[in-house]
Design a protein around this ligand. Structure first.
Ligand code: NAD
Length: 388
């Protein structure tokens, strides 16, 4: 087992998610950051690389220089993969360029700026033969994998209803007008895409609902609002959903729900039982059988491992010692890394290794955003998903 060499684009001084990727990727000692183009400003990229203690020759002005210079290095020195942690508008061009140059890619969500780009990226991934991961981190939580495996094993019966929400309150004031870094690009359609909250956090809810239930959303009735005057993208979204088995759903997300932090929560109801999971209390999953008391399934226990080997593989600590956000990112990184290493050794990655979000989830995310935006503008009650 060798360490994978990681490069990063984005994650400069003061950036949010790049640092989360750096911490999470090194949690299991399988990945080492060796190169990067960390900021849109080359000076700040250099400053970041220095702070991280990188070899100055591996700190780049931009991603194009990074591809050219990394490609020129001997195979046993150049980066094995790159993590794309820039604002949304850069995900597609940077992922495309690295894949076409023969590098594996881990990309932040939403995957692209449009469904058309997402479909193009799928073809590029296939042609490259490289591994592409999409950082839908919430499906990296062990008990989310347990929930999925309970549904798969039929413990809930036929799924009838899904309620999923992601309320936040940090955009309740126009902080983008004061230049707040994360708010500025998220409220700008040129950098964020066609949607605000529905793209930024609605996609996490959509991804969580489809991941746990194994169902596909087929139609949406969406109501999107920008409560802050002059904000060009939605900061609140309320959607009704139809799924491909006839199940119904409610999805809401908001960035103006004051004093909500990262309240991603899901309730799934089947014909035999329900389940409930909250991101802010991720080490417990509630299982609610018909005519019986509610059960609390707690991460790290043998009974979880028995039900879900995928959940067991993604737990590091004994039960009662909380694991959370960083570990969920790390779980996607571990499976991504093991898939790359298996392929390198000519072995087909097994189901547990392959258990991380990929290009298909990115396509579903872009279909969700485009359909929700279309529905919000429509006077029809339901808007159908495109065939993807
Ligand atoms: P941020 O504004 O904090 O950081 C973005 C960084 O990218 C900055 O350092 C910026 O200079 C750099 N950058 C921009 N364009 C670049 C380019 N062309 N080359 C190199 N660097 C460039 O943003 P953030 O909040 O960290 O979000 C970044 C991405 O991560 C977004 O796509 C967002 O949707 C996603 N995100 C995901 C999660 C999650 O839970 N999975 C959470 C937060 C953000």
């Amino acid at each position: 087992m060798r360490k994978l060499r990681m490069g990063m684009v984005g994650g400069g001084p003061g950036a949010f998610i790049g640092e989360v990727h750096r911490k999470a990727s090194r949690l299991d000692g399988r990945i080492e950051l060796v190169a990067g183009a960390f900021d849109i400003d080359p000076e700040k990229s250099r400053q970041m690389g220095k702070e991280l203690g990188l070899n100055p020759s591996r700190i780049y002005n931009d991603f194009k220089e990074m591809i050219a210079k990394e490609s020129a290095l001997p195979a046993d020195q150049r980066v094995d993969f790159v993590s794309v942690t820039t604002p949304n508008n850069w995900h597609f061009p940077i992922s495309k360029a690295f894949l076409e140059a023969g590098f594996n890619v881990m990309c932040e969500k939403p995957m692209t700026m449009s469904l058309a780009e997402a479909l193009e990226l799928k073809a590029i991934v296939k042609k490259s033969g490289k591994t592409f991961g999409l950082m839908h981190n919430y499906t990296g939580y062990p008990l989310v994998k347990l929930a999925r495996d309970m549904v798969k094993q039929g413990d809930l019966g036929e799924i009838r209803k899904v309620v999923v929400c992601y309320p936040q309150g940090w955009l309740a004031r126009p902080i983008e007008k004061q230049g707040q870094k994360q708010a500025s690009w998220r409220t700008d359609p040129k950098q964020s895409g066609a949607a605000g909250a529905i793209g930024d956090i609605g996609t996490h809810s959509e991804n969580l609902a489809e991941f746990i239930t194994g169902l596909k959303i087929t139609e949406i009735c969406a109501d999107l609002t920008a409560f802050i005057e002059g904000r060009p993208l939605d900061d609140d979204g309320n959607c009704l959903l139809k799924f491909n088995n006839g199940a119904k759903g409610v999805l809401h997300c908001s960035q103006i729900s004051i004093n909500e932090e990262n309240g991603l929560s899901i309730w799934v109801y089947g014909s035999e039982a329900g389940l409930e999971w909250h991101q802010e209390h991720p080490n417990q999953l509630l299982f609610k059988p018909l005519d019986a008391p509610v059960q609390i399934w707690s991460r790290g226990n043998g009974y979880v491992a028995q039900k879900s080997p995928a959940a067991a593989r993604c737990s590091r600590l004994p039960s009662g010692h909380p694991e959370a956000f960083l570990e969920a990112f790390a779980n996607n990184y571990v499976n991504f890394a093991d898939t790359i290493l298996a392929k390198e050794q000519g072995v087909t990655p097994n189901e547990l290794f392959n258990d991380f979000p990929q290009v298909e989830e990115g396509i579903r995310g872009m279909a969700f955003i485009e359909t929700a935006v279309k529905s919000a503008k429509s006077t029809e009650k339901w808007t159908a998903y495109p065939e993807v």
